[in-house]
Design a protein around this ligand. Structure first.
Ligand SMILES: Nc1ncnc2c1ncn2[C@@H]1O[C@H](COP(=O)(O)OP(=O)(O)OP(=O)(O)O)[C@@H](O)[C@H]1O
Length: 294
């Protein structure tokens, strides 16, 4: 068995006004990988390609070393998919949904399902269409966890949820990953959620992956620098990403804070960068070329 749960090789997909080009991505087994990017960056498209809900134009996708086009059924057993839009039958109750879905999976475990329904306080007799967004996500997560999936893929599971429910969902994801055979691939633009629980971060922008590293490396590498504009010259500018110049001074992100500290000491302020900063500065127009990340 390889070390990756999901592998994309030179994957391309084009729509009229958007395309993913030659995308390569490996999701390590046993960890939480967060998939971030602004609206329209291609997160859902990538996830739908992995789920075989969209057809590839080019490239290959493997889940646990098996091509999704050759071994679709066996692969579906091993993936738990959590998606905010309901993919089940709206008019069925939770109870009946369980009865229906359990037929689709060889390893379905009703006891596990009931355990999560209780734990999440889900009303078993209520129709899916009458559940709140948070309840729906919890139901889909319960389903994903009841067929012994090895990889859980979640497309924006926390958007639209209040902080209490979000935190509950994050706790359960964290719990799942304590079993080192499980893998979680989790798209979100709520970067603070990923900051809390992700081990690895993949950042997609305009259909291209511009960053793929461990969260710790990213948080350690990138810093925000603030200073007066007279410190900006060709050399310092070349070390800054997404410089913003104001009347009062400049703010930019760098991977080389040591050089700034060495050159300017306490004439500059160095602050840690959040994942939000990393995303915003990287895609800010007029910043240093994004390609420098790869
Ligand atoms: N079936 C489709 N046909 C045509 N265009 C599509 C289709 N699906 C997605 N797109 C386009 O592809 C682009 C990427 O969309 P995608 O949903 O993958 O982005 P995203 O990163 O998930 O964004 P968000 O965070 O807003 O959900 C968008 O411009 C979208 O309009």
């Amino acid at each position: 068995m390889g070390e990756y749960a999901i592998e994309l090789h030179n994957v391309s997909k084009s729509f009229d006004d958007f395309s993913i080009r030659q995308l390569n991505l490996s999701v390590p087994k046993g960890y939480i990988t967060g998939f971030i990017g602004p609206n329209g960056a291609g997160k859902s498209t990538t996830i739908n390609l992995i789920m075989n809900l969209l057809t590839l134009d080019e490239g290959t996708i493997e889940v646990f070393g098996k091509d999704i086009n050759e071994d679709g059924k066996a692969i579906r057993e091993r993936i738990g998919f959590v998606y905010a839009e309901n993919v089940f039958y709206d008019h069925l109750s939770i109870q009946l949904t369980e009865k229906l879905i359990s037929n689709f999976y060889k390893n379905w475990d009703t006891e596990v399902f009931n355990h999560y329904i209780e734990r999440f306080h889900l009303p078993a007799r209520k129709k899916v269409k009458d559940l709140s967004t948070g309840m729906k996500i919890k139901l889909f997560l319960s389903i994903a966890l009841s067929h012994q999936a090895d990889v859980i893929i979640l497309d924006e599971p926390t958007s639209g949820l209040d902080p209490v429910v979000r935190s509950e969902i994050l706790d359960i994801l964290y719990e799942i990953i304590q079993d080192e055979n499980k893998t979680i691939f989790f798209s979100s633009h709520i970067t603070s959620d990923l900051e809390k629980i992700a081990d690895y971060i993949v950042f997609i922008h305009d259909g291209e992956i511009i960053m793929n590293d461990s969260k710790d490396n990213i948080m350690e590498d990138y810093k925000i620098i603030k200073g007066s504009k007279d410190l900006l010259d060709r050399d310092t500018r070349s070390l800054l990403i997404g410089i913003e110049e104001k009347a009062t001074g400049f703010v930019g992100m760098t991977r080389d804070s040591a050089t700034f500290i060495e050159l300017f000491g306490d004439r500059i302020i160095v602050e840690p960068a959040t994942l939000d900063d990393v995303m915003l500065y990287s895609i800010r127009k007029g910043g240093k070329a994004i390609a420098s990340f790869t």
